[in-house]
Structure formats: C-alpha cells, structure tokens
Design a protein around this ligand. Structure first.
Ligand SMILES: CC(C)(COP(=O)(O)OP(=O)(O)OC[C@H]1O[C@@H](n2cnc3c(N)ncnc32)[C@H](O)[C@@H]1OP(=O)(O)O)[C@@H](O)C(=O)NCCC(=O)NCCS
Length: 200
C-alpha cells in the first residue's frame, strides 16, 4: 500500500477527472525556486529512489529505471489536471537544479484542510532547505487556497522532519496511534498543523 499521509502524495486511485486543471504557481525564496516538475529533473528521482524512506512514503520507484523515473514525473504533472493537488519541485535558485519535492494535497479542501508532504535528495540535506521550502509553500497555500488548516504527519524517529515542520511554523498536536501502514508496519505518527490567522 502506498502511503498518502507522511509523504503526502496521493495514490493514483483518488484521481478525479475534472476539466478545470489547477494552476501551479512559481514561488521563490532567497535560495530556492519552487516550480513544476520537468523531464530534466530525472536525476533527482534516481537519487531519491535509493533512499530508504522516500519510496515507502511516495510513488518514487524503489527500483529506478529511466522509464519509471519519467512515469513518476508525469504523475506529478498530472496532479494538476486530476485536481489532487500541487506538486512542486524544490530547485536551487542559482542553477535551477532540482533537489527535492514538496506537495500540497487538497483531497479534503471541502473541509477547509490540505495536507503537505516533502523530501530532499540526500545530497541537499543538512542546510535547513526543507524548512525554507515548507514556509514558502504553506504561506502561499494559506493565503491563496480555500483552506484554514494545513496538516502533516511525521514518524516519531524522524527528528529532521519534525524540526523542519516546527521551523516552518507548524505545531505538534499529538500522536496518532497506528495511523498509517508504512513499509508493512502500522506506524504511530505525530500530527502537525499550521492554521490561517483570521483578521481581528
Ligand atoms: C526531512 C527532510 C526533508 C529534512 O531536510 P533538511 O532540510 O535537510 O533538514 P535538516 O537536516 O536541515 O534538519 C532540520 C533540523 O533538524 C535537525 N536535525 C536533523 N537530524 C537531527 C537529529 N538526528 N537529531 C536532532 N536534530 C536533528 C537539524 O539540526 C535541523 O535543525 P536546526 O536547523 O535547528 O539546526 C530530509 O531529511 C528528508 O528528505 N528525509 C527523507 C524524507 C522524509 O523524511 N520526508 C518527510 C516525511 S514526514
């Protein structure tokens, strides 16, 4: 079973054939660009496929081939037409090289909620990059989508991820017991949220 919560990426089954595609914005931070996936981002998918966690929580193929990598990219591009959500590549602003991914998934948008998931290639870690990307994407989502609550789910051991969430303004709300099957094991996950501040 493919995870929908920790990595945040929805399964292919959830696709809704709407004629009106979503539009992915281009976001920028001091060092990053957040943009659409392109076929030229293939090297990132190859790198991510070797990670012990990413293929378990996303549809990144564990056994990389160029065809599987391109299929992954096509799926991300298709999230707009299926209206499942916004799949961004995290790229270096200096050279536009893809170094990670972050998605905002809107399956529950009718309830005012969206979920966020993110990952970096191993060579891009350890510099606070995911927190910068998460801040930019969550601020954009709370300002521009019909959502009042963004949520994300993190395994207890994944300190880098929950520190990322906290640095980006998310607060831990509790531990959801046996929340999701990851790699064949039912995992307890911390739930984090960031909510829209209403005007006084
Ligand atoms: C989670 C992930 C995106 C974080 O990427 P990153 O931006 O490189 O994060 P960093 O390594 O800069 O770590 C973020 C913070 O956690 C801290 N941290 C990381 N590992 C830690 C550890 N084992 N113990 C204590 N603190 C730790 C870092 O010091 C940093 O804090 P600081 O900025 O206050 O110094 C990245 O590790 C990743 O892609 N992991 C695999 C996929 C994944 O787990 N996705 C999230 C699923 S919920």
């Amino acid at each position: 079973m493919q995870s929908e919560q920790v990595g945040g990426e929805p399964s292919d089954m959830a696709q809704d054939e709407s004629p009106e595609p979503l539009v992915l914005p281009r976001l920028e931070t001091r060092k990053l660009i957040l943009r659409e996936f392109r076929d030229s981002d293939l090297e990132l998918i190859r790198e991510a496929s070797g990670d012990p966690l990413i293929p378990l929580i996303t549809s990144v193929p564990a056994d990389y081939t160029e065809a599987e990598g391109l299929a992954f990219i096509k799926r991300q591009q298709g999230r707009l037409t299926s209206r499942e959500g916004y799949a961004f590549v995290i790229a270096n602003r200096a050279d536009d090289r893809a170094i990670g991914a972050i998605g905002v998934w809107i399956r529950n948008i009718d309830l005012g909620r969206a979920a966020v998931g993110y990952w970096l290639g191993s060579s891009a870690r350890g510099q606070g990059t995911a927190a910068a990307a998460l801040s930019a994407v969550s601020d954009w989502a709370l300002e521009n989508l019909e959502v009042v609550r963004l949520e994300l789910f993190v395994e207890e051991w994944n300190i880098a991820s929950w520190r990322t969430a906290e640095k980006a303004g998310f607060s831990r709300e509790g531990l959801l017991r046996r929340w999701e099957l990851i790699g064949g094991v039912w995992k307890d996950l911390y739930v984090y949220s960031k909510v829209r501040e209403f005007p006084k």
